[in-house]
Design a protein. Sequence first.
Lengths: 355, 227
Amino acid sequence: MSLEVRLEQRLGAFTLDIAFTTKGRVTALFGPSGAGKSSVVAAVAGLSRPRQGHIAVNGRVLFDGASVFVPPEARRIAVVFQEARLFPHMNVEDNLKFGWRRALNKADAATISHVIELLGLEQLLRRQPKALSGGEKSRVALGRALLAAPDMLLLDEPLVALDQPRRDEILPYLEKLARETKLPMLYVSHQLDEVARLADEIVVLENGRVTAQGPVFDMLTDVGAIAGVPPLGAVFEATVVEHQSDGLTRLNFVGGVLFVPHLRQAVGVKVRVRLRAEDIMLALTEPTGISANNVLACTVTDIRMLGDHADVQLLCGAIKLVSRITEASRARLKLERGLKLYGVVKAVTVAREAG
Amino acid sequence: MGEGLSPAEAEALWLSLRISSVAILSALPLAFLTALLLVRRRFWGAGLVETAVYLPLVLPPVAVGYLLLAAFGGRGALGGWLYASFGIRFVFSWTGAALASALITFPLQVRAIRQALEATDRGLIAAARTLGARPFDRLVNITLPLALPGIVSGAITAFAASLGEFGAIITFVSNIPGETQTLPLAIYAALQAPGGEMAAARLCTLSILLAVIFVSLGDLAAKRIWR
């Protein structure tokens, strides 16, 4: 897909001046609250009309200054809102089919069953929204948006109203969606871990402006790419090569080999792997006799001092990693750019199958 | 109410229920449209419409009855035309009583519907828009069903108020047993006749009973709000 957004808007003392173009399938719009994310959502969905700007999806112009304004009901952009916004006077099935009934190119019965199955909604169809849990509501809202057969899916912090267990319940569905459907998505969030699991590309918003943009793999490890937010660590792709008899699964990536507890994915499948900055310890000599399964040879490429701790950017093969250590450790190890050392990985998170 | 209702009293009860039902139901669509207009509130003269709608609430009912008589009476401009063109006559007829009741209770209906419309979640309307629902579609499938409990509650409350309407009816269509003599008018007639206190007391008790029943029903309907 291609999404073109250019917006100029004044909201009291706050000025929004945003421009970005993205070709990623899942683009994350990331930024703290008050950065202007909601304004972008409203403008792209057509629920607000900015003073000036230009919005186009796949070359179809939806908004252009004073000359073009396609109303939301004709935009074919389905929105999943922060609150599920299910229609309380309709059961789950009627909610799911609300957009479908009004779509120009209606999904066939097989697609409907597939979406219902994908989101695990089979048992809920006859229920009223008020009888659903928060997580179930989110899944229905997601299904309703999908079945509207939109050109693009706009997810406006769909998990923000949920507690952590509910988030963990929904995230796998979103990952499946990101992987299986070919639907372009704009995912708005201020949660970096959601972005890391789902997005291909990140647009960073701060104080009404775009401050950074790039592929997720680069953005999350760049020390200082996202100001005010600690780098999350590394996100990269790896391939399952062997399920070993000792219970570990061996993954290959362009920087070396990782061992992780047994994965259900078959050999040959690509997965997205995340190494958190807090989970990488540094050693000047190759450590032996330790419990960690993974020790990676790295080179220091950048260091950012942040008061009592420091973020150290490392290059391991072609992969960038980040290690968060205390300022005291940094001084003791005399870290500097170009130094070769070892990263001891305490934990590896396998986020999802790579799409 | 030991000996039950006399045939004349039963007739007054039946007439009251019939006149109020017709009054409320025929005014409902217009009340809904008026409320919708006032909620959107983006046209020139909205304030004027609002004042006109709420006027019967504060005007003396006798004055409303007189105005109706002036307009719809045999020599009134509207009344003469309606009779000449369609053979419709409001004066001295139960339909005139219904018209008077509808006018007096119109503000109550508009106010209840307006509150229900203002309480509808704008977020749901926005969600419906992004799913492809056009204005009329949204009105019928989202706005109306969501406001329905409020609309029903308002209609029942207006119905209860309509049962008690006196001044406008007696001024406009007089006090004719079996035609325009509703419960309040029957109470008045009973009090005018010598020895009619017992009958008046019975009809009064009946009125209280009806009021309690319909006000409770209205409350019940209001509580069935969608969540």
